[in-house]
Write a protein that binds this ligand. Structure first.
Ligand code: RB5
Length: 146
């Protein structure tokens, strides 16, 4: 399974920790940067992750900024993207099962590396349940067409 990762300058170290964690688990990571601690703008990297998911180049995306909020807003602007921005594993898990999220974001200034690994694992280890959720997810996607 292929996962795109993107981050701003606040999350270079966190991205490395999560990238290594994912690679140890056998995921292929497409790292879309940044690797620089120079101040940069999170929308660029959120959009890159969103586009990689939307185009089908990767299966899922993980994007990290200071809070996870800005980069999540950016990724979520790309058609076909459903973002979960969270700081604990329960919401990450339910966002896969109920909302079929395809991009996960969190804040390098909000969670530590071990919590981040738990969030990522819980998100990737669960699948969409479909069923009663299908109508609601279809309604979400329909918003993009209006
Ligand atoms: C950068 O200072 C910070 O604003 C950014 O990483 C992020 O938290 C935005 O949502």
């Amino acid at each position: 399974m292929k996962i795109a990762m993107g981050n701003d300058h606040t999350a270079v170290e966190m991205k490395k920790v999560i990238r290594e964690h994912l690679e140890e688990k056998g995921y292929e990571v497409v790292d879309l940067g940044t690797d620089s601690s120079e101040s940069c703008d999170y929308p660029e990297f959120g959009e890159k992750v969103g586009r990689a998911v939307s185009s089908g180049e990767v299966d899922y995306g993980i994007a990290i900024c200071g809070t996870g909020v800005g980069i999540g807003i950016a990724a979520g602007k790309v058609k076909g993207v459903r973002v979960c921005t969270c700081s604990e594993p329960y919401s990450a898990r339910l966002s896969r099962m109920h909302n079929n999220t395809n991009v996960l974001t969190f804040g390098a200034r909000v969670v530590g590396p071990e919590m981040a690994k738990m969030i990522v694992d819980e998100w990737l280890d669960h699948t969409y349940e479909g069923g009663r959720h299908e109508r609601r997810v279809a309604q979400l996607m329909d918003i993009e067409n209006r």
